[in-house]
Design a protein. Structure first.
Lengths: 418, 415
């Protein structure tokens, strides 16, 4: 009996070996001057002896294309005895980019620092707008507003995990119509676990804040002073927040598909305290962004963007409260506990000669119509209609001036895309 | 003074670079959406081959390019190399306008004729000599609207395999507004344009042929060809296909989702995916007695009048355009089939299929694809045949009489 079992086990083992998938036993990168080989191997998910699996290689290629390190990626396999070698041929592209950080921080970043596959960026705040010229043009003013910097390491050690860190040491941060944070120091640690094309996100945030009003006086406002849902916090406080999120859909390539649903969902739990007056409070936040891209016909598309936010319990400190619609309404006083913001963007990509572009790659101009609406728990802010004119310039930068008609006054915006 | 010298140096440097480059004039027929990927490939070639500069010029359709090239070559002003439709190669080889590539192919250690798909390689051989290199090869496919299939209760993953199934599905996909007595959705449009290439597979599928092997006689008066024409005409008679629309109008209706199935070149797959307002399905043409489809498209040819220096540069360009990676890039961005076996066997093509599954069907159709017949009077012959089937479609001529009359006229031209 024992002997029969032994032969049965041996037969099973031989069967497994015979029918095991073809393996990749060698890895080679060609065409890379800056990017280290191990970075490419990590992005493609190569491990010696891995099975030759089309789905795995497809996702690996997508990772390489989406990394921003390469303008072209070509994958081939070459026979190596009974197995294969994997050859990845890449054409590198410039990885430097202008960095536009929070609160008008401006700097520079490199997506692939020293070819190590680390996205690093740094910036400073030095420009603000105070008052106006001739009654309508914002007056630029130079000042020292503090530095910001951070890095993201994608696919750490070949795992499906990205790690990120960002720190900022800001001062003179406007947060209300006539108020400032005297200082705002923040450290954010984040990680993303990729479940292609989705990702699970964990985030930790620590911040410490001191406040003052425009007359330089410190403020001391507790939740009981301001009524339902509008808590500013003591004149100095610290805050930690842990968040878990889920990003879904293919946000990188949404324009390549005829219809695509993508977005994210986040739940944050936080704790705020002030070491000086023994104040402390727990709070939570929930937010989701749901986008739906639909190409109606030819290159005519509509993009629906829905932002929903809820504050289930507690009163977040002012730095973590929602200020929805800031860009359109520029109303920092509107910070409801719950809100829905809906935007429809309708675009018609055109060629250089103004005919409808045959493909998105041919599109040079894209006139867009924006329809925006927002609804909060305390008041309805109404709607705005805007037009944008997206232009892909020959030097690789896209410009889009936008004009919005809204309830108070027309608003002119400008966006840049690199 | 220093600034002036630097400026002068720069001018001299620019002049040296400009004069040391070989500039090649390349005429092609890729308009609209296919022009962009072609331009991108040429830009990449120019970037990676600093000694050569290829200037691409769009010359209109394949037929228009023939006319322009013939006129230009007469006055010695033709291009250095050109994209020539595979059925037009004969027109230029008889004038000795195309360079024989036999020597270049034989002494080139990097280009292996056996690596080209056999069916494609045969399209550029005349009297045993290669006169071009296959580049933009396509096959005629059945495009179908997967959304309309679902609405009609049909399985979109099971397109028609035979003429009978095609008719059966077309019936289910044809929608008549009973109140107004009008057809609001047609099931099928097997449209035929002046190039006539859409009709040829119908004859082949019915075990017939268009011409005899040595191109001395037209065979459309055969029972197989006439039956094919009758069957095709019956789709209009049964109301499955719109009779009143021109081919251009029919294509527009198909694109707008008013016709459920149609025959279109594989070269339009990426355009379809990026522009159609419905989900595109692509399948091999349904067969009858046998399966068959038409091989079409063009190849890259070097003109015989170019200098040795230019011909070497042109050869470098042609070889580069059909490298495994580049033929796959061209395929992924258009739908023209990769011309090399190594590309068809590559892992990259499977990654392309993973992203664009519709691109797989044309590759699977290769074993059934037949090259078109070639003759120096082919443009005139196609015109006669197109006008013949048009008269049948419009119901002004009977199939038997139509093809008998056409065969008489075509045979005159074949002599």
């Amino acid at each position: 009996m024992k002997r029969q079992l032994f032969f049965l086990a041996l037969f099973g083992f031989i069967c497994i070996l015979s029918f095991s998938a073809e393996q990749i036993i060698r890895f080679e990168v060609k065409g890379n001057e800056k990017t280290r080989d191990f970075v490419v191997a990590q992005l493609v998910g190569y491990k010696p002896g891995m099975a030759l699996d089309i789905e795995h290689l497809y996702l690996g290629k997508r990772n390489l294309e989406n990394s921003g390190y390469f303008e072209d990626v070509y994958i081939s396999v070459v026979p190596e005895g009974d197995d294969y070698g994997l050859v990845v041929t890449v054409k590198e592209t410039s990885t430097f980019y202008p960095y536009f950080g929070p609160m008008m921080a401006i700097g520079v970043g490199d997506r692939n620092l020293l070819g190590l596959g680390i996205d690093t960026y740094a910036g400073i705040r030095f420009l603000r707008f105070d008052g106006d010229i001739w009654g309508f043009l914002p007056r630029p003013q130079l000042f020292w507003g503090g530095p910001v910097g951070g890095m993201t390491i994608p696919r750490v050690l070949g795992s499906p995990i990205d790690l990120g860190i960002r720190g900022l040491l800001f001062s003179e941060v406007p947060w209300h119509r006539d108020s400032f944070f005297k200082t705002l120091n923040r450290l954010t640690l984040s990680s993303a676990y990729h479940l292609e094309p989705s990702a699970l996100i964990l985030q930790f945030l620590y911040e410490s804040v001191t406040l003052r009003t425009d007359d330089g006086e410190s403020v001391m406002i507790h939740s009981e002073d301001v009524g339902d849902g509008f808590f500013i916090g003591p004149d100095r406080f610290s805050n930690i927040m842990v968040g878990i999120g889920y990003r879904f859909g293919d946000s990188y390539n949404y324009e390549r598909l005829r219809r695509n649903l993508f977005g994210d969902v986040f739940l944050d739990l936080g704790y705020t305290w002030n070491p000086y007056d023994e104040y402390s409070s727990f709070f939570s936040r929930f937010s989701t962004q749901i986008n739906y891209y639909y190409r109606i016909i030819a290159q005519l598309f509509v993009l629906s963007e829905t932002n929903i936010a809820v504050t289930p319990f507690g009163a977040p400190p002012v730095t973590q409260q929602y200020f929805p619609g800031q860009v359109i309404w520029q109303d920092l006083e509107f910070n409801p506990r719950h809100y829905v913001e809906q935007t429809f963007r309708i675009g018609i990509p055109l060629t250089g000669t103004f005919g409808l572009a045959q493909t998105l790659d041919m599109a040079v101009f894209t006139p867009k119509l924006y329809l925006k609406g927002i609804l909060g728990d305390s008041e309805v802010l109404g709607a705005a209609v805007g037009i944008g004119f997206h232009w892909k310039t020959p030097i690789g930068i896209s410009l889009e001036p936008q004009v919005f008609l809204r309830e108070r006054a027309p608003l002119i915006q400008f966006s840049l895309e690199f | 003074m220093k600034a002036l010298m630097v400026f002068f140096g720069f001018i001299v440097f620019a002049a040296i670079v400009a004069f040391s480059q070989i500039t090649l004039s390349f005429w092609h027929s890729m308009g609209d959406y296919a022009k962009l990927p072609l331009d991108q490939l040429i830009e990449e070639f120019n970037r990676t081959n600093p000694g050569i500069r290829v200037r691409a010029n769009y010359q209109g359709t394949y037929d228009e390019t023939v006319t322009k090239m013939k006129s230009a070559l007469l006055v010695g002003a033709g291009p250095d190399l050109a994209m020539v439709n595979i059925e037009h190669i004969q027109i230029f080889t008889q004038d000795e306008a195309l360079m024989s590539l036999e020597d270049l192919v034989e002494r080139d250690p990097e280009l292996f004729p056996e690596d080209f798909v056999d069916e494609f390689w045969q399209t550029i051989i005349r009297d045993g000599t290669p006169y071009a290199i296959p580049f933009n090869i396509s096959v005629l496919m059945l495009y179908y609207n997967r959304d309309l299939f679902r609405q009609a209760g049909l399985d979109p993953d099971r397109p028609p395999q035979t003429w009978d199934e095609l008719e059966e599905m077309a019936h289910k996909l044809t929608v008549v507004d009973a109140r107004r007595g009008r057809t609001v959705q047609y099931g099928l449009l097997w449209g035929v344009d002046p190039m006539f290439y859409q009709f040829e597979p119908l004859v082949w599928q019915n075990s017939g042929d268009i011409f005899n092997e040595d191109m001395t006689r037209c065979l459309l008066d055969s029972e197989e060809a006439i039956d094919a024409l009758k069957r095709w005409a019956s789709w209009f008679d049964m109301g499955l296909s719109p009779r009143d629309l021109t081919i251009e109008e029919g294509i527009q209706s198909f694109l707008m989702g008013r016709i459920a199935m149609g025959t279109v070149s594989s070269a339009g797959i990426r355009y379809g995916l990026e522009n159609l307002p419905w989900e595109l399905g692509v399948a091999m043409l349904p067969g009858n007695k046998e399966k068959a489809t038409t091989l079409g498209g063009g190849s890259l040819a070097i003109m015989s009048h170019v200098s040795d220096e230019k011909s070497e540069a042109a050869w470098t360009f042609v070889k580069w355009m059909v490298e495994e990676k580049n033929t796959l890039t061209w395929y992924e961005r258009t739908g023209y089939i990769p011309v090399k076996k190594s590309a068809l066997d590559s892992i990259e093509i499977q990654l392309i299929w993973r992203r664009f599954p519709q691109l797989r069907a044309p590759v699977e159709a290769i074993p059934y694809a037949r090259p078109r017949h070639v003759h120096e009077n082919i443009i005139e012959i196609r015109s006669i045949l197109f006008n013949t089937v048009e008269r049948v479609r419009q119901g002004v001529e009977e199939p038997e009489i139509a093809f008998l009359l056409a065969v008489n006229r075509v045979n005159q031209l074949l002599k």
